[in-house]
Design a protein around this ligand. Sequence first.
Ligand SMILES: [Zn+2]
Ligand SMILES: [Zn+2]
Length: 141
Amino acid sequence: MSTGTIHTGRCECGAVRYQVTGPLRQVVACHCSQCRRITGHYLAATAARRAQFALTRAGGLKWYASSKDARRGFCAECGSTLFWEPHGRDYVSIAAGTLDDGAGLKIVCHIHAADKGAYYDIEAGAMQVPGGEFSVPIPAA
Ligand SMILES: [Zn+2]
Ligand SMILES: [Zn+2]
């Protein structure tokens, strides 16, 4: 993905919009039970550096304190899952399906694969880890 590109995205109804003025991480899919409940399936998320991420419309945004380590952002108007933001870290995870253009991104890693739902199999072709440890960096700008 070329640097200098502005990536934009939004919830389904448009009450939450954001932009990223730097590189996006490749996509990590999380199969933990919390992500499965929140999304209705599993969470496929890219990520951006906090300093390069900005909300351009936040009217519908609600934050849910999903654990002591992180909060999740969603649209209170339409229900779209949007963000997962860990406390004290310099990045925000962004639900990849909310990007206006996800070209160049791919699911490269499945985490919490041991907690996946019983009703589906994880497709081959990307790394799988049983727990939450992974290292998929946000590319340098
Ligand atoms: Zn919305
Ligand atoms: Zn998860």
